[in-house]
Every structure is written in C-alpha cells, then in structure tokens.
Design a protein around this ligand. Structure first.
Ligand SMILES: *Cc1c(COP(=O)(O)O)cnc(C)c1O
Length: 387
C-alpha cells in the first residue's frame, strides 16, 4: 500500500479529483485463489468494461502471466482494444455476440489470425456467423450460449432442441464452448442455481448429440458460481468481480483481497451554526455547531448520488458522515469532531480502503460493488502497484 505521507504528497501535487490506487498483486492473489478452488477446470478472466473500471491494459498482462488464456469482454470493440495486450495463444470471447456490422469485422479479424470469438446468443447470430464462414471459406470459431433461466441472452430450450437436431446448424463453425450464465449464484441457498445447473446439463446433453458439438466444452460459472462447488465448474470458469476484490459471498467473509483503494482530498472547511443548511436542496441541516469539510469527489467520479445523506469517508481512523446531497464534483462531510490541524486543504481522505471496502460503499449506496467500480470515471490519477 502507499503510505499516508506519499498520499499527501501525491494529492497536493496532482490537480485531480483524487487518487485511485489499483493493486495488481491483489489481482494476482485473487486469480490464484480462484484457480486453487478448481480441479481440472481452467480459469478465465472477465475483463469487460475496462476490467470493471480498473484498467484492462494493466490487468490482462497480470492474468496472462498467471496462465490465463480465456478472456471475456462484452463488445467487439473491447476485444479489439485488448489485442495488443494479449499473448498470442490467448482467446477473447465477446459475450454480447455479433452485431449486424460487427459480424463482418469479427470475421475479418479471425481471417487475419486474431483469436476473437463471438458468443452466439440466438439462432440469428448463429446463422449470420455460419454465413460469414461460408463467405470466407474458413472455419470460424464460436461459443454458443444457452438460456438456462435468466431470459437474458442465449438460445432458449426450444431453439436448443431445434439446432441439436439440425445437421447444418453448425456448418463451418468450430464451437469452443457451450456456455450459460447464473442469475442467483451470489445467494448460495437459492434453489435457482440448482435449477439452472439441471437445465444446463439438459441443454449440454442435447447439443452433444450433434456431431459438430460432440467435443465442445462447457463454461458456466461466474465468480460466485465458482463458490457453489465443483458441480458448477465444468471445463472453464469466468470470474470477473472476484478478481477485483468484490465479495462473491455477500454477507459472508470475503476471501479475496481488495484491489481498488480510493482517496479524495479536502478542498476547504467551514464552521456553520445550528440551523444552517448544507448542499443542494438544503436536505441537510446542522443540529449543532458543525464543521463542514468539502471534498473533491462527486457523482461524476462514481461517488454515487444515492450516497446523499448516507455513508461516510474516513480520515485516518475517524469516520466522517456525508452531509446532504452528493454534487457532481464534490461532497460535504461532517468534520466537527476532528482537530483543526488534521483538516488542512489537500489532506487525503479514504473513500475506499481499509476502513470501508467497495462492498461497504455499495451497501451504503443501495447497489453492488460492480456498479461502484465501473462508475469510478476518468478524473482520478491512477497509481498501479505491483504487477
Ligand atoms: C459479467 C459476466 C461474468 C462475470 O461475472 P462476475 O459475477 O463478475 O464474476 C461472467 N459471465 C457473463 C456472461 C457475464 O456477463
């Protein structure tokens, strides 16, 4: 970790919203921990949304050095951005599949030798990709997603049945994986997961009857799914959140290491008498003489507006509650009980770190750690540790 002295120096020098420290050694630790839970399955890495906001260009080489060879993004554009950072033998899967224009580009990439593989989510996408294979005279790689319950992406059961019995369904395609996605894996006792597992097995068995898919492998579990046990691991798992320190077992102890630490700075402080209001809408009113500290981070920096009047930041071991609404570029906190000399302008305050992790902030905001991380925005200076 960076020392508080280093932090103070950094923040007084850097005219930014604050400092986002990303611990790549923690990413490595988390990847190893997840892989250690597997017996035989490979461990991929989900790096969509710029590695959940933490920087795919930095995270990917760390995962690759650990032997990760299966990367997942949502869009073809994200896969393109990753290409320079990937080892030659790695493959990037595009979870949202093909767009009408993207199919042409995806096929060009494959023909040019790039290992970019669409996840085909519908019979339409399947037909488009088959068409590209015929056009290019090449066998094109694919993954096929089946819908096992969440009604979001993938072939519904009736389509699975149809393609399993259609000799031409996969002509020209090399299907690496059949995959599906769990909706409730973060609730270990929720029977939805066992239901989805049964549906996945049924779909797998049907598809395995197709000669083109007899040897294709299976990919099912996200971060939380890994913790449901070996039945859920199949050939390849696809954790995202857990790599970045988000707790895959909400409510329980988090076995993973925090990756992101976030610091804002004090801009100014003032004393206000009881009865004085704070912030937009005058939603907070001082009930006693109050010292207000204004900080350099707002909702444009991912300090979500739903944290208005909720949650807190930390100055050393002291908790400073948020007063009033979160503004775009600043928040106000209650620093009444803090000694004057600790509140100088540019003093760093902890937003995410040892006193509150990303899940704590998410709880206060009424959301999930995923949204907090992917909302952090571009106005922080970033410091990458380790890697
Ligand atoms: C985002 C995503 C993942 C990763 O999920 P985590 O909960 O972050 O581990 C895996 N699979 C699919 C299809 C996804 O969309």
């Amino acid at each position: 970790m960076v020392s508080s002295r280093e932090l103070a120096v950094f923040l007084s020098a850097a005219p930014s919203a604050g400092l986002l420290v990303i611990d790549l050694d923690a990413v490595r630790f988390n990847y190893r921990l997840l892989r250690g839970l597997l017996q035989g399955a490979a461990c991929g890495g989900v790096v969509k949304a710029d590695a959940y906001g933490l920087g795919a260009a930095k995270v990917v080489p760390v995962l690759a050095a650990e032997g990760c060879r299966h990367f997942f993004v949502a869009h073809l554009d994200e896969a393109l951005a990753l290409l320079p950072h990937l080892p030659d033998d790695a493959t990037t899967y595009v979870l949202n599949g093909l767009t009408r224009n993207g199919a042409e580009e995806a096929a060009r990439l494959v023909v040019a030798g790039k290992a970019v593989v669409p996840v085909l989510n519908s019979v339409d996408q399947l037909a488009v990709w088959r068409g590209k294979a015929a056009q290019s005279g090449r066998v094109l790689p694919a993954a096929v997603q089946v819908d096992t319950g969440m009604s979001r992406l993938g072939l519904p059961p009736e389509n699975v049945k149809a393609v399993a019995g259609d000799a031409d369904a996969f002509t020209g395609l090399d299907v690496h994986f059949v995959m599906s996605h769990l909706a409730c894996a973060d609730e270990p006792r929720n029977p939805a997961s066992t239901g989805q597992l049964a549906n996945f097995r049924t779909a797998r068995a049907l598809l395995a009857q197709h000669p083109a898919l007899a040897r294709s492998r299976s990919c099912f579990a996200n971060s939380s799914g890994i913790f449901l046990g070996a039945d859920y691991h199949f050939d390849l798992v696809r954790p995202g959140a857990a790599l970045y320190g988000i707790n895959p077992l909400p409510g329980g102890d988090n076995p993973l290491r925090g990756v992101a630490s976030l610091f804002g700075r004090i801009i100014q402080t003032r004393w206000i008498p009881a009865g004085t209001h704070v912030g937009y809408g005058y939603t907070a009113t001082a009930t006693r003489p109050t010292r207000v500290a204004t900080l350099s981070v707002g909702y444009a920096d991912g300090w979500l507006r739903s944290l208005s009047g909720k949650g807190a930041v930390w100055l050393g071991d002291d908790r400073l509650p948020i007063l009033g609404r979160v503004s775009m570029d600043s928040i106000c906190v209650d620093a009444t009980d803090i000694a004057e000399e600790r509140l100088a302008p540019d003093t760093p305050v902890e937003l995410i770190g040892i006193h509150q992790d990303v899940d704590d902030v998410a709880d206060a905001a009424g959301t999930i750690g995923y949204e907090v991380l992917t909302s952090l925005g571009s106005r922080y200076r970033r410091e990458y540790l380790g890697g």
